[in-house]
Design a protein around this ligand. Sequence first.
Ligand code: GLY
Length: 598
Amino acid sequence: MRGRGFRSVLVTLVAGSLALAGVAVSADSAAPVGPPTSTGTGGAAATVERLATQAAIATLRKGGNAIDATVTAAAVLGVTEPFSCGVGGGGFMVVYQAPLRPRGRPHVFTLDSRERAPAAMRPDSFMEGGRPLVFNDARYSGLSVGVPGTVRGWSEALRRYGSKRVTLAQALAPAIAIARSGFEVDQTFFDQISDNRDYFDDVPASAALYLDADGTPRDVGTTFRNPELAQTYELIARGGANAFYTGDLANAIVQTVTAPSIAPSANHRWRPGVMAASDLAAYVAPQRAPTRVRYRGADVFGMGPPSSGGSTVGEALNILEGYTLSGMTREAALHLYLEASRYSFADRGAYLGDPDFVKVPLRGLLSKGFAQTRRALIGERAVPGSVPPGDPAPFSGGVTANGEASITSTRAGTTTHLTVSDKQGNVATYTFTIESTGGSGLVVPGRGFLLNNELTDFNFDSVTHPNRVEGNKRPRSSMAPTIVLRGGKPLLALGSPGGSTIITTVLQILVDRLDLGTPLPQALANPRATQRNGRTTTAEPAFIASPEALALTGRGHAFVSTPEVGAATGMEFLGGGRVVVAAEPARRGGGSALVVKP
Ligand code: GLY
């Protein structure tokens, strides 16, 4: 996310590039930019970055639908947020398709463009001498790179749910123009390079893109251009997704993963991966059934396995539904939110994995009966440590699963989330990532993008866990793009980056909005705390300083400070086509939420 005061000159550029793409931009799209909240009609978009939000709004104005606008904005984010997301990674999208007829059936779909392990990966691929690699040795390597899913995902999203008025080439055009003309390096961009500098300078292609000749990050205030990424996007624009998954580009990805070009002066060992051209050629982005739980008279739809987002948010909501949170003090409600998170995370840690490889007891995990057994364990005081997983088998319709207790890593990760609606009432909510900030650290030479390190989302320290490494498997995710319907019509749509804190961020916002009556923009802005089945709860300084935190400490909660948790975007549907759309007012510099007709 960019800091404030960012690149107004580029508003004109985006307008020009959209015109090139056949998407006209009216003069007022260059009007005030970057508000964290807007209200209006005709469609809406919220992203972490104002150029991306503007590109989405311009697409909606031209008659593209929410899915067209989502892909357009995501392509821009791949240029301007290259350390969080891009064509070298993957993600998940939840889509609400408005009924075509007045009393027609609405549909909620999910699209899985999660990275997949190369076929040759094994449960012990990240182990040496019987011990798992330390995280950075696993991360900064070819081994951690999963087959990227983003490009197939964009193509599938347009094919399945797009208006057919915006082609993939048109969706990529604004991003191409920005990659060529450049944008101003701000402090966030500088800092994200700085955090990776000791590894980027080992890799000539990464150093050439992100470091100056003296080996320091691109300076704040200078213009960053990425013509090689523009060429990559142009190749995809001409040849479609297949131009990414086969041919020269696919071969370049394989070469980078299996034989990374490392400088003789490198001060780290970069382990090669095992990706083959056949892994890329075989990649598919399947449509999957959403998770669904009933909560306070609404239907909450989320992302099912291989993400743990939908099931963990859903289980926690089922636990919380047994309490009347709206009648409690905020402190009492937050205590239950934290404890429900703890028990849900214990179950997530034990049972979630790629459903193509392991039996996930999803029906049990999302059942009211199982939630009741977990709720019965929650008391007036916090549990002073982690809790074991429960047994969802009796609620799973005969599906038994081999769980293995595991503790959620405290890595927060990076990632980005965007939420878009259109005037027809369609909604898309999309989270995508390259996993850590800067991914694997490997830029594909001459192609302008970083490869992900998504395979470190496997439980790579176990050869038996449901989320162990296996060939062709997708690592468990925490991404939780979420759509809430009431009476079959959209009520809320939201999501967040933040690794495993994504789940609690989405849950806390839902509780704040649906139970405690907090307006959505305030629910996004409120200080956050995230309990993931640990002895301590990670929380933002403003949360720790709140009167509620003091009272929670009296109940046995122990807080550990972290600067920020999550960076959400979302929207609430007010009826009559009106929407309030919200991005972060402050976290990561503040996001951008706009409507077509204010
Ligand atoms: N890599 C972050 C996630 O999938 O949850």
